[in-house]
Design a binder for this molecule. Structure first.
Ligand code: PMP
Length: 404
């Protein structure tokens, strides 16, 4: 059992006040707060272990390189990858997906198809659209129901002999739906199609094992899993990464360069051009250690799932409030609108009560179009949130409704 009161002390920012009220931070899907261990690891490294990695023969460079490579191993173990050569450090989910899009799609041909779903974040739409424009590919979309569940039955007919990739959100950042990615992967694989998983909203909330899932690529961001900003991960199966050309050129990703010919580094370095964010990578490893130390992802998931159910029940009891994303398979995200109150007004007034939520399209405009709305108010949870905070959200909404 997680001891939430104790754990909250690891996050100094949670004790702060906004507008002279205790902060209720419910914007965890946008970014999570950082435990002391992560912030201290960053300071410690800059004070005692800062040097550029891989190239140096000197002591500090070796220490910094070891920290980076130890972190890669921590990420590997955390997501169950077979080898660290399959773990690439990037700037975040967005860069990870762009890497796959630019590199993998360069092996596709005009008329080839990529399938995404109706509930993708823009970062799992636009990179593919860019490639469609550049290479004459076709983007196809797996639709969803009003409740926010994918129409899985439609997948088999969407897949053709021109389908080259399916890229799908593991968890929707608007609806919280946990998509049946294992099922999608097995259907795709039986047609010989690889699958990329946008795990920005799943890896921070429940155990994800890439070997068990058998996904071909998986992307997530450090800052959404209690690590720093500017660091992220792309997992890719070696068989694909070996075939894919580099994403960017520069230092670190080569083994030899002449004006006539360049040999690329082995994996994963082939995809890590330039000085990496080695401090961020180390701190991400510390964040993953922290999550294991407090009980691990299964415990975290059990707590957050209970909190999400509680929030859904509580908010469903409010008259004139509409919940978006009502699949029973949902996780840590609650989106809603109240009749007659614009989402921006609701968010702004909740903020005045110390409650931080997000409003708008949440970088998923096609979801809004599908649901016929312009935006939602979104509360998103972490293990450091409590039922009392959900009660405060509930009371906050009622107070805002009284003002209108
Ligand atoms: N995909 C999903 C599902 C997300 O929620 C987000 C962040 N909101 C992203 C991708 C993009 O992540 P980042 O901005 O960290 O690259």
């Amino acid at each position: 059992m997680l001891n939430i009161e104790l754990l909250r002390q690891d996050f100094p920012i949670l004790a702060s006040q906004v507008y002279a009220r205790p902060l209720v931070y419910l914007d965890n899907a946008a970014t999570t707060q950082k435990p002391k261990a992560v912030v201290e690891a960053i300071t410690r490294q800059y004070y005692s272990a800062n040097a550029n990695v891989h190239r140096g023969v000197h002591h500090l460079s070796e220490v910094a390189t070891d920290l980076l490579e130890q972190s890669r191993e921590k990420v590997r173990a955390f997501i169950g990858a077979r080898s660290t050569s399959e773990v690439i450090f990037t700037r975040g989910t967005t860069e990870s997906l762009n890497l796959v899009a630019s590199s993998l799609c360069s092996t596709f041909h005009e008329g080839d198809e990529v399938i995404v779903t109706a509930m993708e974040h823009h970062s799992n739409i636009v990179p593919w659209q860019l490639q469609c424009e550049r290479r004459g590919l076709r983007l196809k979309v797996l639709p969803m129901t009003d409740e926010g569940e994918l129409l899985l039955d439609r997948l088999d007919s969407l897949i053709t002999d021109r389908t080259r990739l399916i890229s799908v959100a593991h968890v929707s950042n608007v609806l919280g739906t946990v998509n049946p990615v294992a099922d999608i992967i097995s259907r795709a694989h039986s047609a010989g199609v690889p699958v990329a998983v946008d795990a920005a909203q799943s890896v921070p909330h429940f155990p994800v094992d890439v070997t068990e899932l058998d996904c071909d690529f998986l992307a997530f961001s450090g800052h959404k899993i209690y690590g720093p900003t500017g660091i992220g991960v792309l997992y890719g199966k070696e068989k694909w990464l070996e075939k894919m050309p580099p994403y960017q050129g520069g230092g670190e990703m080569i083994s030899s360069v002449s004006f006539e010919h360049t040999e690329y580094e082995r994996l994963p370095y082939k995809f890590e051009a330039g000085t990496p964010d080695y401090v961020g990578a180390n701190a991400l490893g510390v964040a993953l250690d922290y999550l294991q130390s407090i009980g691990g992802m299964a415990e975290i998931h059990a707590y957050e799932a209970d909190l999400t159910r509680y929030a859904m029940q509580k908010l469903a009891g409010i008259d004139r409030l509409h919940l978006y994303g009502t699949s029973p398979n949902k996780d840590a995200v609650v989106s809603f609108l109240v009749d007659g109150i614009h989402h921006l007004d609701m968010g702004t007034l909740l903020d005045r009560l110390g409650i931080a939520v997000r409003t708008g399209h949440h970088c998923a405009e096609p979801v809004m179009t599908r649901l016929g709305i312009s935006g939602t108010v979104r509360a998103s949870f972490s293990f450091y949130n409590t039922r009392e905070e959900v009660d405060q959200l509930n009371e906050g909404i009622l107070r805002v409704m009284q003002m209108f």
